[in-house]
Each structure stands twice: as C-alpha cells, then as structure tokens.
Ligand binder design. Structure first.
Ligand code: NBP
Length: 478
C-alpha cells in the first residue's frame, strides 16, 4: 500500500478529516460501510489531493503502507466496536488503529488493552472543533502508547490547528484513555463556559434591562479584552441576529430548552467517582436539564419572587462592568476545577498528563479556544507543580481585584431573583477554598453521632469516637 493514513467512516467528520490529510499532502485511503459515501467523497473532493478509495475492508487495509495507520470515524459506542472487530483480524503487530470518535475513556481503555494483546496499538483521540475544525485544523488530543505517537504524531501535527505562535494544537496526552479523558473534560469546561456566558446575558437582560443587540455590543467590547474567546465572539453573533420570519431578536424566538449529547454529563459522573468538585460543570449540566422540565417550570411559574428594581442608565452600565468581572472570576474557577479533574484523572490512571501542554493545545481549533489559555499555559510553565490555578500569583491577583464586583453581582442575582447558579457556585467554591475552618468538622461530628464513623482531631493523630449514647467520653479507635 501507498497510503500514509486511512479513514473509515465518511460522515461529516471523517470526510472532512480525510480531506484535511489530503490537502496537507498525504495519500489517504478512504472507506465507509456504505460505499456510496466513499464515491461521493471522491466525486466531490477527489481533486483536492491524493485519495485511494476502497470498497471492502480488505482493499482498505491493503491500500495502507506499513505500519498501517487507520482512523475510525464512526458513531461512538457499538459501531466503533463493530468496526474494530472487522479490521483487527486484517492487521499485523505494530499497526495503529485510531479512534477519532467521541468515545468514553473507559471504552478506550478496554479497547486498548484488548488490542495490545494482539500487538496492535489502539489510540483514542479526542478531536474538538466540529466539522469546520476537522477540515481546517482541529485541536487533537491523542492517547495511546508513546510509540504510536512517534508514528502518528507528525501527521497529526500537520493537520492540527496552529496556535497564534504557530505551535500545532496536538501533543501526546498520555497512555490508553488519556486523550479521550481530556477531550471529555474539555467538553465539560465548554458547558461551564457556555453557562457562565448565558448567565451574564440573562443578568444584562433582566437586571440591566439591555436589549439583545445592546448585549451583543457589550460582548463585542469584552471580546477585545481578557475574555477574548471564540465563545464570546459567537455569542455576540447569535445575540445580534434577527429572526427573518418575525423581525424579533433571534434569541427570543428560540425555545428555551437546552439539549445535550452527554459529554458534560460524563465529565460530572467521572468527577463524582474521582471525588473532584467540578461544581461549575455540574451546575451547567443541571441548568440544561432544568430548562427541559417544561411541566415543572409551568407549575412553578407563579411562585413569589422579589419586586423588580429597574436600574437607571448609569447604574446599568456600572452593573455591566461588574458582570464582566464576575464572568472572568467565575471562568478562572471553572478552569481551576477542570484542570483539577485532569490532574486527578492523571493521578488515578497514571497518565502523567502535562496540564500546561493541555492548555497549549486548546488555544486553537476547539470550542473553548481563548486568549485566556495562553495565561494558563504560562502559569504551568512558571510552576509545573502548581497545586491549583488559583494558586498562580497572577490569577490570584486578578480574582482578588474582581472579587468585590463578583460578590455584588451574586448578591444582586439573589436580590433580583435572576438565577445565576454558575456564578454563585464559583464564588462558593472560591470562598470554601479560602476558609480557615469549614463546617466539615460538624459534618464529621454528626456522622460520628449517628453512625460511629469516627473523626480525626486537630491536636492529635489517630481516629476517635465519642460515646454519644453513653457518658460521652472519647475513645481512640485507630
Ligand atoms: P456519525 O456519528 O453520524 O456516524 C456516522 C458514521 O458511522 C457513518 O460513516 C456510518 O456509516 C458509520 N457507522 C455506523 Br452509524 N454504524 C456503523 C457500523 N456498525 N459499522 C460501520 N460503520 C458504521 O458521524 P459524525 O457526525 O461524522 O461523527 C463521527 C464521530 O466523531 C462520532 O463519534 C462523533 O461523536 C465524533 N465527533 C463529532 C463531531 C461533530 O461535530 N459532528 C465533533 C467531534 C467529534 P454508514 O454511512 O454506512 O451509515
């Protein structure tokens, strides 16, 4: 075979990824279960580069140079297993199977283990950036063996997005499921970012009384500063858009029920398993589910709320500035939580993930790309063992400068009855981390009272139990 890479699964993602490889000068073998898709690709885009179409699995495998590198780009779940079962028997030790779908990292770990026994490298790759990213340069998060990255990395670096300083947005994340894990957390952070921006919009609308057009303008202003990001940019576009049919602001004619495909939920489920408080991501997932409970919302519509207190023009402008501070501070917290989860996953599975490198490859090609990520990378560059982003001196200073406004906004949301669970959860997390003493001491006392679960003391080692039902003397239990 002559093809340096093969792509099987030619729906929108696979087709665009194959075209990206071909446009970058690689010879690409292409295959799809339904051969019509393969023919469509060749007819539509065959002149963009060097494609080798294959109708059968055997033909596809024969078209690849050795060691073979083949990317599976099919629907995640059972279809991925079906395709692996079809191709694995046709491969040889040293070949590399790459799964570019949105697989759960636990599935990736299982597949990697199974294929390793046959000497085949299985590489789970998180690909962000949707169909445009796949075509023009995505952020690529490959897991799998270091050896497989030696063979695959140069190709991925060629087709990946390039950060503003020219660095390719891909790097070897770590063994087995590390790539898909990091892609999952990326999506979780994306949920949190979107929720915080939505809350900022809602507050400007309901408290400041701004129109969607005015909020679009406000966001465009923010986008020239430290909040400069793809999500703020597209939010301004959406808010400025007018519905052609009604002449209404587009945002007012869209049903207010947010859907989800599941990666945010996975992030929270795994965070619960790892014991990592990702409250910002959790609130974002819950906010989407709450929005979908139509009957519950209808039944609650007449519950009493506070009397609205409209702001004057100057007050509204001042409030908008405070919201910018609250949004920035909350964003620092949600990235702190997301990177904590990455660190915890890395520790639990022995992945050796470099958080600075993760921030670096999110700077372009993915949905959460933002100027802010350069700052996160710099924080980890300065101090690779940084325990938390909040312990970075610069972030700590910035959040310190934002805190008065942040607190004022959270207080206003409560007083004015506009929900902002993301802002509030971020502030609570921040204050909990700052606290010298937490009421967790009392929680331990309660647990010891009803369940003899024991507690530790601040002044002595060991675990203790108080005889609550007896004379309330204390015994040492370990
Ligand atoms: P889809 O997720 O819609 O999957 C369609 C492809 O899967 C077709 O090529 C189809 O073949 C193939 N397929 C199925 Br379904 N079952 C199969 C089976 N049993 N055996 C062989 N092939 C099978 O495609 P997509 O939207 O291009 O996404 C591909 C992957 O990329 C997914 O895992 C997705 O989660 C991930 N992803 C998508 C995006 C995005 O923006 N869409 C972004 C990032 C990642 P057929 O043509 O014969 O039916």
């Amino acid at each position: 075979g002559t093809a340096q890479i093969g792509v099987t699964g030619l729906a929108v993602m696979g087709r665009n990824l194959a075209r990206n490889f071909a446009r970058n000068g690689f010879t690409v073998a292409v295959h799809n279960r339904t051969a019509a898709r393969t023919r469509e690709l060749i007819e539509g885009f065959g002149t963009e580069g060097s494609f080798v179409p294959a109708e059968s699995a055997e033909e596809f495998v024969a078209a690849l140079e050795r060691p073979r590198r083949l990317i599976i780009m099919v629907k995640a779940g059972d279809p991925t297993d079906a395709v692996i079962e079809e191709f694995a028997p046709l491969l040889e030790p040293g070949d590399v199977i790459i799964d570019g779908g949105n697989a759960h990292f636990a599935d990736t770990r299982r597949r990697e283990r199974e294929l390793r026994e046959a000497g085949i490298h299985f590489v789970g790759v998180g690909i962000s950036g949707g169909e445009e990213g796949a075509l023009h340069g995505p952020s690529i998060m490959p897991g799998g063996s270091r050896e497989s990255y030696a063979s695959l990395g140069p190709l991925l670096e060629k087709i990946a997005a390039k950060a503003p300083d020219g660095t390719p947005c891909t790097t070897h994340i770590g063994p087995d499921g590390a790539g898909h894990f990091v892609k999952m957390v990326h999506n979780g952070i994306e949920y949190a970012d979107m929720q915080l921006i939505a809350e900022a919009y809602h507050l400007l609308r309901e408290v400041a009384g701004y129109s969607p057009a005015k909020i679009a303008e406000t966001f465009r202003g923010w986008n020239t500063g430290r909040l400069d990001s793809y999500l703020i940019e597209i939010t301004a576009e959406v808010l400025a858009h007018t519905d052609a049919a009604t002449g209404q602001p587009f945002v007012d004619i869209v049903a207010d029920r947010a859907e989800q495909k599941g990666t945010g939920r996975w992030t929270v489920q795994i965070a619960l398993d790892l014991g990592v408080p990702v409250s910002g991501i959790a609130e974002a997932v819950f906010a989407r589910s709450l929005s979908g409970h139509a009957e519950l919302r209808a039944a609650s519509r007449d519950l009493p709320g506070p009397t609205p207190r409209p702001l004057g023009d100057e007050e509204a402008a001042r409030f908008a500035d405070q919201v910018e501070q609250a949004l920035y501070a909350s964003k620092i917290v949600s990235y702190t939580q997301g990177f904590h989860q990455i660190q915890a996953g890395s520790d639990a599975y022995d992945w050796g993930i470099d958080p600075g490198a993760v921030a670096s490859i999110w700077r372009a090609g993915c949905i959460i790309r933002a100027a802010f990520l350069d700052r996160i990378r710099a924080a980890y560059d300065t101090q690779p063992e940084l325990p938390s982003l909040l312990s970075d001196k610069q972030f700590a200073e910035e959040i310190g400068a934002a805190q008065d406004d942040w607190r004022a906004v959270v207080a206003d949301t409560a007083r004015q009855g506009v929900p902002a669970p993301g802002f509030a959860a971020a502030l609570a997390y921040y204050d909990a981390l700052r606290a010298r003493r937490l009421p967790a001491a009392l929680t331990q006392g309660q647990r010891d009272f009803f369940g003899a679960h024991t507690y530790r003391r601040t002044d002595r080692d060991g675990s203790f139990h108080t005889l609550w039902g007896g004379d309330r003397s204390e015994e040492r239990t370990g």
